[in-house]
Design a protein around this ligand. Structure first.
Ligand SMILES: [Zn+2]
Length: 325
């Protein structure tokens, strides 16, 4: 054996991909921490990607703030964060490839048209898109595009699997055709949609595990399907239950609820917050402050609670108090 062989390429690559449209709340930070621990527990690489495709809502100051929050928690990433806003050409290249398969088609419906079609007396129940433009003759579609009619591009879902395997939730059944319908990959404003850019970036970055909140479970199925259509290998998806606020509502970035600065102002050290989050992931007792290396050691997806976790100001306070001697 050659003792000087270069280390093998790490097999595991995890990631966290925030969109800079609001401050990260505790639920976001909890997922980021879990994704990081899961990658590091397998000696894997960890990437951060900035999902700033929506230029009207993305704010550069929030990119700086979000990265600073991750750093404050001790989360480190292995290469310069990718920014989706600079990757339009890459997305376009893969989209052209998809176009040639006939799996995408131009849709000329406005949001209003879709809503009107769905509320018509004989509209198919439960659908997100009724398929209005799915079978337009190619000549008609080409003519409308040529004359400048506003259009998005949708992916046909008839061939999509009706279930997928989630690393946390197990088998997840979801009938895209019946419940969602053909979905948009390229928006009418010229920007690529979340489902396309996110799935593609994960595959192109060599991400092997996407660990994120359970609110994105059906996105996991869509993204795995997008990658199958592109003949790219999907990562393993793990969707863990969310953290909810005390009124049992969802924590919301836009409401700015419970972000790291608010806790700092209230006198909580970032590491107290991290320890609290680790506690909600089943990794430590109340008041315990494990080092990051210790958390990596303890990480086990099986310890993550199966149910949503209720944010508790009282439990967090117990971590804050344990910091002073
Ligand atoms: Zn349409």
């Amino acid at each position: 054996m050659n003792a000087h062989a270069s280390p093998a390429r790490p097999l595991s690559v995890g990631r966290y991909a925030p969109s800079p449209t609001g401050s990260l709340h505790l639920g976001n930070l909890r997922t980021a921490l879990a994704a990081y621990l899961s990658a590091r527990a397998r000696d894997g690489r960890f990437l951060v990607r900035i999902e700033d495709l929506d230029r009207n809502r993305s704010r550069p100051d929030l990119i700086v703030e979000q990265l600073a929050d991750l750093e404050a928690l001790g989360i480190e990433w292995d290469s310069e964060p990718l920014r989706q806003s600079g990757r339009g050409d890459i997305y376009a290249g893969h989209f052209e490839r998809l176009k040639r398969t006939g799996l995408v088609y131009p849709c000329f419906c406005s949001r209003k048209d879709v809503q009107a079609a769905l509320s018509a007396p004989h509209a198919p129940a439960g659908r997100g898109y009724p398929g209005t433009c799915a079978n337009l003759p190619a000549a008609v579609a080409q003519e409308r595009i040529a004359r400048g009619d506003r259009h998005s591009w949708r992916l046909r879902v008839q061939q999509a699997p009706k279930s997928f395997f989630d690393g946390f939730a197990g088998e997840f059944r979801y009938d895209l055709e019946a419940e969602g319908g053909d979905f948009v990959l390229l928006r009418s404003d010229g920007f690529f949609a979340y489902q396309f850019a996110c799935a593609l970036d994960d595959a192109l970055s060599g991400v092997t595990e996407v660990l994120r909140g359970a609110d994105l479970l059906d996105s996991g199925l869509r993204q795995a399907y997008v990658l199958a259509c592109l003949r790219l290998a999907p990562p393993r998806y793990c969707h863990i239950p969310l953290m909810m606020d005390e009124g049992s509502g969802r924590l919301s970035k836009r409401r700015g609820s419970a972000d790291l600065r608010a806790f700092a102002d209230a006198g909580f050290d970032a590491l107290a917050v991290r320890s609290y989050l680790a506690h909600t992931l089943g990794l430590c007792e109340v008041g315990e402050w494990p080092a990051m290396t210790e958390l990596v050691e303890r990480w086990d997806l099986a310890r993550v609670p199966r149910e949503e976790v209720l944010f508790s100001q009282q439990t967090l306070a117990a971590f804050g108090e344990s910091q002073s001697p």
